[in-house]
Design a binder for this molecule. Structure first.
Ligand code: HEC
Length: 114
């Protein structure tokens, strides 16, 4: 029954891909809502948000910064000491959702995470 076997494989693979995609989308949705709740007081976290603080980089600017890759963002959010930013005591999963959200910002300020 070679055919049944490969059919089974195809089904398993497509389920895997489906759940992967949904997982990534869920991160973005959670990242967005955490950002709105905890970060938008100071940062512009999405296009169309009227105003954050002028002295604070927007999430689109943070994404565009070459200095802050995924590892750097994670490290910063785990312990934002020596910075003007408060330590918000985020959990690991909140941090990874936020990093996913920030990384999904586009250069032109449009946001693929909505
Ligand atoms: C009370 C205001 C405030 C809040 C709330 C806040 N930030 Fe910040 N954030 C700042 C300031 C001010 C800076 C600039 C830090 C500096 O230049 O020392 C900053 C910088 C950053 C940077 C860039 C760090 C760097 O090295 O350039 C990241 C990333 C960041 N914030 C993420 C977040 C996230 C994610 C949240 C929500 C969980 C958040 N911030 C909430 C004020 C805030």
């Amino acid at each position: 029954m070679i055919q049944a076997e490969s059919l089974k494989k195809a089904v398993v693979i497509s389920f895997f891909l489906l759940s992967f995609k949904e997982g990534a989308a869920a991160d973005l949705v959670r990242g967005h809502s955490i950002a709105v709740r905890w970060c938008s007081e100071c940062h512009v976290v999405a296009p169309g948000q009227g105003h954050g603080s002028d002295a604070v980089p927007t999430f689109a600017e943070i994404k565009a910064s070459d200095r802050l890759d995924e590892a750097q963002l994670t490290a910063f959010l785990s312990a934002p000491e020596h910075s003007r930013m408060p330590n918000l005591s985020l959990t690991r999963s909140e941090i990874s959702d936020l990093v996913a959200y920030i990384r999904a910002q586009r250069k032109d300020g449009q946001n693929s995470g909505d």
